[in-house]
Structure formats: C-alpha cells, structure tokens
Design a protein around this ligand. Structure first.
Ligand code: URA
Length: 187
C-alpha cells in the first residue's frame, strides 16, 4: 500500500538517502525517469558508468541504441518511462547479485504502482526474471504475456547485448516493430 502523497519526485529524494543495498556505498542512486503516466515502461538491469555519473538511466551507449529503437516506432524517451531493476551501478558493471535485485525491488514496485503502465518491457534476462522466473529471454522475446488483467509483459533483449552482435541487433529491431504493432492495438 502506498501512502498518500508519494510521487516519483518524493521517491527519487528518498532513494538518494537510502542505504538498504550494499551497492549504495560505492555508487549513486539512479531512479527511473520519463512520463509519469506512461503506457509503456522499459526496465533494464542496472546503471552503468555513464548512468552513475549522470544519475539517469540508459544515457550511455545502450541508451543511445534504446533511443534509436524507440524512434523506430515513433516514440520519444519523454513518452515512455525507463527504469532498472537495480538502482546502483555494480562495480565494474558486473551482473547484479540476487540479493541486490531483491533489496532494490521495492523501488521498482513503487515506480510501477505510481506510473501504472499497461505494458512493461523487460530488457534482458535480469528484468524478465523478476516477472517470469521460469521463462528465458531467448524463448520469450518479442511476444506479449499477460501478467495481470491490467498489465502485459513484452520482453525484449537488452540493447547492450546487441551493440556488438549483428544478429541480436536485427532481432531487437524486429521485436520493437512487433511492440509498436502491439501498442497500436492498445490505443
Ligand atoms: N544498462 C542497463 O541495464 N541500465 C541502464 O540504465 C544502462 C545500461
């Protein structure tokens, strides 16, 4: 249950002072950003170096590619909400540990509760694993799955994975086309 008056701004302020995850000792807090009433929410893994520096999600190379993918289906960053499972950069960009994902999860749950997206796009396996632990990104990408009556999950590969892999890049572009077509049915 969310206390009345909680907004994304309040959440951001509270996260800045939160020390509930060990990663907070070595990294800056990065909450999601974008349209506070977005229909679509993209959820990545954890901030990288650039995100840590600027305290904003997806502003490095993977973020550039995400911007291009969004543009390919007529969306701008400001139209959607973009966040991460883990709110702090893991040292040397290692994979987040299960405990770090668990500790940071309440922040993501609050973001989802406040934004109320109709479609959630997990980017990569860490994010997908939160919603459907038994599905793999290889089998699930590019297709809609109903989570609740109100929320559809539409998993897509992580854009960083495609930066140096032409096949994955083509797969991401075609999954975004499928996402665009799916979103058109929701309007
Ligand atoms: N990769 C992520 O998963 N999240 C970011 O914010 C940037 C890169």
């Amino acid at each position: 249950m969310i206390a009345m008056g909680i907004t994304l701004e309040v959440l951001r302020e509270k996260l800045t002072n939160w020390k509930g995850c060990d990663l907070a000792k070595t990294a800056n807090a990065v909450l999601g950003e974008g349209n506070p009433h977005a229909t679509v929410m993209f959820i990545g893994e954890a901030p990288g170096q650039k995100e840590d520096e600027l305290r904003r999600p997806f502003v490095g190379a993977a973020g550039q590619f995400l911007n291009e993918l969004l543009a390919s289906i007529g969306l701008k960053r400001e139209d959607v909400y973009i966040s991460n499972v883990v709110k702090f950069r893991p040292p040397a960009n290692r994979d987040p540990e299960p405990i770090e994902k668990e500790q940071c999860m309440p922040w993501l749950m609050l973001e989802i509760a406040l934004v109320k997206p109709k479609v959630i796009v997990p980017l990569g396996r860490h994010s997908l694993g939160h919603f459907f632990p038994s599905k793999t990104i290889t089998e699930a990408h590019g297709k809609p799955f109903q989570l609740t009556d109100a929320i559809t999950i539409f998993p897509i590969y992580h854009p960083a994975a495609a930066l140096h892999n032409g096949n994955l890049r083509a797969s991401l572009m075609s999954d975004f086309r499928a996402l665009g077509e799916y979103l058109a049915t929701k309007e």
